[in-house]
Design a protein around this ligand. Structure first.
Ligand code: KG4
Ligand code: ZN
Length: 402
């Protein structure tokens, strides 16, 4: 039995990694505001420094929440609940969001809702639809959700419950690096700024992929027991036909080997220095001027290498996703998480879904990467079923879904 909302407005708070975000979402679907403060400081270190992330969250959280309320033109009195990311993520980073949300819930008397970050990513696709009469992307039963980000690469079968919430079953995951992590590590290897995914995406369109360079990595694993899975490029099958796992660290190693073999290091070092000197390392590759200026520092061989890497990542993801969809008889597919912003991924998945006759949903590009709107959206079914967090809520850095 669903409760009757005051306004249907939920304030979402997200601080699991390096974005401090707050958002106001109505009825789990209409984004009134979504403020994201990205922590550029980590760019100087080539990756997220947990201690610095916590401090940045602490500095940003209050202004970000105020800004979210102000942009949505609402006050605390208008809200129905406060939702916050419980995990997975960096413990110290999560702690800032959770502590803040608990204090806010206490001060305002509003209920607190704990949200799994991965469920948040999945719910980001629900805000894609602009017409309220459209069916929700996760409603077909079951749907297959690929969450592909810097920290995670998971395939879930999602099934709606009569309460309006969803149950999830993990049917595949990366056995080593997340896809976004592989993007970021390879980008770093090639002298590109952090996070590398958007750069690799933009540069890949200027290269020609060679599919022979990085052949598909097959995963051979034991169906039972705790033995670590064996990763083998030569293996031709997996022993457990109900698992659709992935692996990306071999790909990263193959790029490193290519760089060594072709003596690319001097040009990488020179490029890295040039991008910094010209201020391009802190720019966004989505800016055409930044990209054009950066491209002058790339040779065809490197651009082809980037295109080949991206092609291998996307093909690996697509192959396992569509194999899982066929195996479990999924009736719809959703793809979310930072890497779902990738242009080749979107094009490939869209065309494969059309061939398979399956509807497919992606979040708006701005909601692919970490944001609080997805947290408020995932909290909505929990609000309707009055599933609130205990006042002892604490971060769960290794929180799982399904
Ligand atoms: O979802 P997200 O913001 O944070 C995590 O929960 O991990 O994902 C960030 C990841 C980074 O690894 C970033 O390089 C990657 O998403 N990413 C992309 C693109 N945009 C972001 N990877 C490939 N292509 C993109 N366009
Ligand atoms: Zn994320």
């Amino acid at each position: 039995m669903n409760a009757t909302p005051n306004s249907g407005l939920i304030l979402g708070i997200e601080s699991s990694c390096d974005e401090t975000s707050a958002s106001i979402v109505r009825n789990g679907r209409e984004v009134l505001s979504n403020v994201v403060a990205s922590q550029l400081i980590h760019g100087n270190y080539g990756g997220v420094v947990p201690e610095l992330a916590s401090r940045e969250h602490l500095r940003n959280i209050l202004p970000v929440v105020h800004e979210a309320l102000s942009r949505a033109a609402v006050t605390y009195a208008d809200l129905d609940a406060i939702a916050v990311t419980e995990g997975p993520g960096l413990a110290g980073a999560l702690l800032v969001g959770i502590t803040f949300a608990k204090a806010l819930a206490l001060g305002t008397g509003l209920p607190l809702i704990a949200v799994n970050h991965l469920e948040g990513h999945i719910h980001a696709v629900l805000m894609e639809s602009t017409t309220p009469s459209e069916p929700w992307a996760l409603d077909p039963e079951p749907s297959l959700a690929l969450v592909v980000s810097g920290g995670h690469t998971h395939l879930y079968l999602a099934t709606p419950t009569p309460q309006g919430t969803y149950t999830y079953r993990n049917v595949g995951k990366t056995l080593d690096d997340a896809a976004g992590e592989a993007y970021d590590k390879v980008a770093k290897l090639l002298g590109l700024p952090y996070p590398g995914g958007p750069w690799m995406d933009a540069l890949a369109t200027h290269g020609t992929p060679d599919p022979a360079l990085f052949p598909f990595t097959q995963i051979k694993q034991k169906a039972t027991g705790n033995t670590a899975p064996k990763l083998s490029r030569e293996a031709t099958h997996t022993d457990d036909p109900t698992r659709f796992d992935l692996s990306f660290s071999g790909l990263k190693t193959a790029v490193r080997r290519y760089v060594e073999l072709h003596h690319l290091q001097p040009s990488i070092t020179a490029r890295e220095a040039a991008l910094r000197a010209e201020g391009l390392a802190t720019g966004k590759p989505s800016n055409p001027q930044t990209l054009t200026a950066a491209l002058t520092h790339f040779d065809a061989q490197t651009l082809n290498l980037i295109a080949s890497f991206q092609n291998a990542v996307v093909k690996n993801l697509a192959r396992q996703t569509f194999a899982a969809a066929a195996h479990f008889g999924a009736r719809a597919i959703s793809v979310s998480g930072g890497v779902s912003a990738n242009s080749q991924l979107r094009a490939t998945f869209t065309s494969m879904a059309a061939q398979a006759g399956l509807p497919i949903a992606f979040p708006q590009v701005a909601l692919s990467t970490d944001n609080a709107a997805m947290i408020a959206a995932a909290a909505w079914p929990k609000w309707q079923s009055q599933t609130f967090a205990p006042n002892t809520l604490e971060p769960t850095p290794q929180l799982r879904l399904g």
